[in-house]
Design a protein around this ligand. Structure first.
Ligand code: F6P
Length: 554
């Protein structure tokens, strides 16, 4: 049995014990002092790769912390886990599968043998198939039922079949091809369907039913609603193939839906949903920005893959980010992690990273089924700056919890308006600065006295004005958003998540917790739509079912 199938308990490792002791010593660590005492701190705690620059100097770490965290990674056999991931070993233990999203971005000519078969020719065959479709649509050769070119593409999918493609296609808007608009339909909510369909014309719309399993309720219901809408608008069954294509690993189910075999883009069980934007699930990206930009995206991610595999842990960006997360989650009791992009185009990155991180590392048992003996994945949350500053940053500054944050900001804007970008960038930097510096009691009092307040007033207000500071953050800086840099950025976080899972010994590639809700959903639906009580309904659920039924009776 491979070592990752019976992982060591990370808390029993000597480096863990050493980190616990070191944490005690770091209780009095002050970021303010650290910068005052070390003029090289910024240089010593920053690194760049693949068009990304990471400043992690505003963290509660010193040289010894980094050394110990790297030791922890080595003792946890992270290096072997990384090799196993890239080699296509079954790192998804509960499903006995490899997790080979990295293969999707490997260049033509590479070989990767899985179960005796080189999978790379098939990967590139599908990329070529995508190139052909994208070319036909962009050149107006793919026509709808009344011979008009396609102007709108609707991706019907949810979770990984939605969040990654949406993030990337919208982040790369400056690279958008003229003439094709991309839309996303995810939720099983008639209002969403209604709002979108009202903006479309059936004869010029192409629906991509995007579902690895082709069994996802929300996606199948929306696909059926889209088909009924298309028929009601004047489309015919005979021309359905001009308006509906699928991306799935379940070819039979897609054909049963009515998809023509040549309109089904395959994916494979060795690609997890939340890691699938690099596969044909990325079709809406390619349709939005063109195939050459899609390949640039893959190239950026591949560059990050190579960095992850080859850079020493001390200079390895995903490893450093993963270790910092472990430092705060396991040794400082941080329960959540904020992702704060200061860029309109990156506005959806928090949602994508939420699924990536929380569905991957939201587990309580290790690969061998034994319980984890420390906290695993944190809550990921956040949103675009500056909006967050005027909403929830208050809690980051003065709340009782320690919440590490990643600030992500491009240096150059695509849309300069007056001095907005200078202000946006300034706000990003000053937020991380404020989190770090805070405001001491002495500073707060001095400020109030300088305003001429009485001593009583100063003492009354000072406690409210104190900001503890010493709150950690990373800042990721990139030039303008480009396909290549974005590919590297998304892959960076994929590998950060993997680093943490490998150290905790958990399987980042299954998601059994999601299944129970699906099963119970069927029972509740049965209760809502029949006169029988819902199977196995508790008092609360049955009461809420009755409430619904009471309103819909007659
Ligand atoms: O239910 C969770 C999940 O399985 C995600 O992991 C996945 O990304 C999403 O549903 C969609 O799945 P599918 O692509 O099979 O429709």
């Amino acid at each position: 049995m491979a070592y990752y199938q019976h992982p060591v308990d990370v808390t029993s490792l000597p480096a863990w014990q050493a980190l616990s002791q070191h944490r005690e010593a770091m209780q009095t660590f002050s970021l303010r002092n650290a910068f005052q005492q070390n003029s090289q701190r910024f240089q010593q705690f920053s690194l760049s790769c693949c068009g990304l620059f990471l400043d992690y100097s505003k963290n509660l770490v010193d040289q010894e912390t980094r050394d110990l965290l790297v030791r922890l990674a080595r003792e946890s056999r992270l290096e072997q886990s990384i090799q196993a991931l890239f080699a296509g070993e079954p790192v998804n233990g509960s499903e006995q599968r490899p997790a080979l999203h990295t293969a999707l971005r490997r260049p033509m000519g590479d070989a990767l043998v899985v179960d005796g078969e080189n999978i790379m020719p098939e990967v590139h065959r599908v990329l070529n198939k995508m190139t052909e479709l994208v070319g036909r649509i962009h050149n107006g050769l793919w026509r709808g039922y009344n011979e008009q070119p396609i102007t709108d593409v609707v991706n019907i999918g949810i979770g990984g079949s939605f969040l990654g493609p949406q993030l990337v296609s919208e982040a790369l808007l400056p690279f958008a091809q003229k003439g094709v608009r991309c839309h996303y339909l995810a939720n099983i909510d008639g209002s969403e369907f209604h709002a979108l369909s009202a903006r479309l014309r059936a004869e010029t719309t192409l629906f991509i039913v995007s579902s690895k399993s082709f069994t996802t309720l929300e996606t199948l219901k929306n696909a059926m609603a889209a088909r009924s809408w298309y028929l009601a608008q004047g489309g015919s069954e005979a021309e359905l193939h001009r308006h509906f294509i699928a991306v799935t690993s379940n070819l039979e189910a897609a054909e049963a839906f009515g998809m023509h075999a040549e309109n089904i883009f395959p994916m494979w069980d060795w690609v997890g949903g939340r890691y699938s934007l690099w596969s044909a699930i990325g079709l809406p990206i390619a349709l939005a920005v063109g195939m050459s930009n899609f390949k640039e995206l893959l190239a950026g991610a591949h560059a990050m893959d190579e960095h992850f595999q080859s850079a020493p842990f001390e200079q390895n960006m995903p490893v450093i980010l993963g270790l910092l997360g472990i430092w705060y989650g396991n040794f400082w009791d941080a329960q959540s992690h904020a992702i704060l992009p200061y860029d309109h185009y990156l506005r959806n990155i928090t949602k994508h990273l939420q699924q990536l991180d929380m569905e991957s590392n939201g587990k309580s048992v290790r690969q061998d089924g034994s319980p984890v003996s420390c906290d695993s994945g944190p809550v990921i949350w956040g949103g675009v700056g500056c909006n967050g500053q005027h909403a929830y940053h208050q809690l980051l500054h003065q709340g009782t919890q320690l919440i590490p944050a990643d600030f992500i900001v491009p240096v150059v804007s695509y849309n300069p308006v007056a001095d907005h970008h200078q202000w946006l960038y300034a706000n990003c930097l000053s937020q991380s600065q404020a989190l770090m510096l805070g405001k001491s009691r002495e500073e707060a009092e001095a400020e109030l006295r300088a305003k001429g307040m009485s001593e009583d007033e100063v003492q009354r207000l000072a406690p409210h004005k104190v900001i503890p500071g010493n709150r950690p953050s990373n800042t990721l800086v990139l030039d303008r958003i480009s396909p290549r840099r974005l590919g590297a950025l998304v892959a960076l976080y994929e590998h950060k998540v993997f680093v943490q899972s490998a150290i905790w010994g958990i399987n980042a590639f299954d998601q059994w917790g999601v299944e129970l809700g699906k099963e119970l959903g069927r029972n509740v639906y049965q209760g809502l739509t029949s006169f029988e009580p819902a199977p196995a309904a508790d008092g609360s659920t049955q009461g809420l079912i009755d409430f619904f039924r009471g309103r819909h009776r007659g």
